[in-house]
Design a protein around this ligand. Structure first.
Ligand SMILES: [Zn+2]
Ligand SMILES: [Zn+2]
Length: 178
């Protein structure tokens, strides 16, 4: 487990089904296969990423536009809130409202501590690949205008790729029939 901390961990988002595919930058294969839809996604991991120094070129879309955000898992945040509310409601039910408020306070504090401990992660504007590691994130914060522009550009690239591969398929189909 400690060896896992020493390298960059990359999570890419499947272009077809939006499934998440985590891989290790050091042991990254030449292509990742989506476990949900079977799509093969070619990977080109740069030396800088492999050595956990910085995020320079995205291994999935070869773009170099990134932003930095807090590494926050919305599902985990929600479960903390649910546990917190249920626990304090339990105490409140038994007339122990002071304890209920204390529980709420403690959980709020814990939540704050957890949130503060969260590290920054780098995210690719185009394909939403996330980079976690010991490197120092240097990308700017999220910008909606940039995101709109680059996401559209990436969608067009994918469309072109899909078209050219289906053209190839029909050509080979003709050849087989001929
Ligand atoms: Zn998929
Ligand atoms: Zn990318």
């Amino acid at each position: 487990m400690s060896g896992d901390q020493d390298c960059m961990r990359v999570t890419l988002k499947c272009q077809d089904c939006s499934g998440k595919l985590p891989f290790n930058a050091v042991t990254a294969p030449a292509a990742a296969t989506c476990g949900r839809c079977g799509l093969t996604i070619p990977l080109t991991v740069s030396e800088t990423i492999r050595s956990d120094q910085a995020v320079d070129v995205c291994p999935v879309c070869t773009g170099s536009d990134f932003y930095v955000r807090r590494d926050f898992d919305p599902n985990r945040g929600l479960s903390v809130i649910i546990i917190m509310v249920l626990t304090s409601m339990g105490f409140y039910w038994f007339g122990l409202d002071l304890i209920a408020y204390a529980v709420l306070g403690v959980f709020a504090l814990l939540d704050l501590l957890v949130y503060r401990r969260l590290k920054d992660v780098t995210v690719c504007y185009r394909c939403h690949t996330v980079f976690r590691g010991a490197y120092k994130p240097s990308a700017p914060v999220f910008d909606l205008a940039t995101a709109d522009e680059l996401e559209l550009e990436w969608a067009r690239t994918l469309e072109k790729r899909a078209k050219s591969s289906s053209n190839q398929n029909t050509e080979t189909g003709k050849q087989i029939r001929a």
